[in-house]
Design a protein around this ligand. Sequence first.
Ligand code: PNW
Length: 470
Amino acid sequence: LPSYLTEGRAVFPEGFVWGAATASYQIEGAARDDGRAPSVWDTFARTPGKVAFGHTGDVACDHYHRYADDVRLMRELGLRAYRFSISWPRVQPDGTGPINPRGLDFYDRLVDELAGAGITPYVTLYHWDLPQTLEDRGGWTSRETAHRLADYAEAVYARLGDRVSNWATLNEPWVQAFLGYGSGIHAPGRTDAASALRAAHHFLLGHGLATQALRAAGAQEIMLVINSSPVVTPAQSADPAAELSEADAEAVHRVDCLLNKQMLDPVLRGSYPEEVLRIVERHGGLDHIHDGDLADIHQRTDLIGINYYNPCVVRSSPGEPANPAWPGTEDILFDGVDAPKTAMDWPIVPTGLSRLLVRLSADYPEVGLMVTENGAAFEDVVTKDATGEHVHDTDRTAYLESHLRAVHAAVEAGADMRGYLVWSLLDNFEWAEGYNRRFGIVHVDYATQRRLPKDSALWYRGVIRENGLA
Ligand code: PNW
């Protein structure tokens, strides 16, 4: 690692936001309480063979009933911000029509509890748990769903807008579109390239329409959260200055267009990259992109939330079929890098984060950036000694420290960084991997629902107190 990522003080700008993130389906449980209807993730998880060990979010961390204790814990850990998502099928069971006030009551109580603890809420309106009723009408392949998101956003704002200033419309449209409708490893489990590309457009339209609704209602700060990675060849990953062949440069460009520019250019510039339009044209055509859609999508967005876990490593490989999650990537191989791995088998490359942030802030200087997720799953072990129980997760602390240093390096290089949120506050339902992958800085014993802050959480408390690495 370069020395700036391993040593020295790294103090962040004044007002830098420190916190942690979660998502409704991953922590709440209470799947049938108070009028909540099923989401696509309930359906998917209850379908044998879709989620490891047949795990579901039925109980999860039981946060729905334990939120007050969880907020107390956040306060003890010194968190200043908490990013959570709202369960659409709790608030509006059919995704359209009547609002279920008992669903909103929960978030009302949560927001008040956070206020009492001095913790700023960052509300993600929609983190993957689409009401099943809407999926039955076409889900995100239907443009109707984008309009439904805007209505739902308005209803949530009407209840919480007096106490919540920071709003995110969507979490990770790329993952939802291409893993949900392309590779099918996520809900709703569809596997069709044209559907995935249509869904991607409708997510962006949903962001634009929801942003218009929130803005009209008076929302202060509006964010789009994307999963983002620098796209590099194996050689570039080892040496950023490595020269690329023409074929490798083309592979990098194509994948960068699909992953990053497909989401950012429409929202921040009002246009799609040519490369993306060519791919859409070859997979079902462009008819779903209507006149005026790009104007609807190109709304002032105050912040881009960046969820970063690892770089995206590709190279030219003639004859390679397209990866199901990546329509249009014929002749490209998704490769690995020689780096240590997390329990997800994801390579640990903190320089990828500094590289990404510096690049995004140079390409899109008009928008602020916030790391809205970063963290790692490891094989945690609970140990016991005279002082009690512990999780000595030095691997996670090292992951977080090196990535924080990468964020600091980006700040030094001039990136407009507003904050950093760890994924995740709690061990939780890790989608297709079930409860078997633990991302929390707080350990959850699912048999008893007991929470135990890991060593990384205690370390993070110190980071927040010092506003960085002192
Ligand atoms: C994100 N990928 O998911 C989500 O926002 C979280 O809910 C999730 O728990 C976390 O990251 C860890 O997985 C992703 O394959 C899932 O590129 C898959 C990918 C990226 C992000």
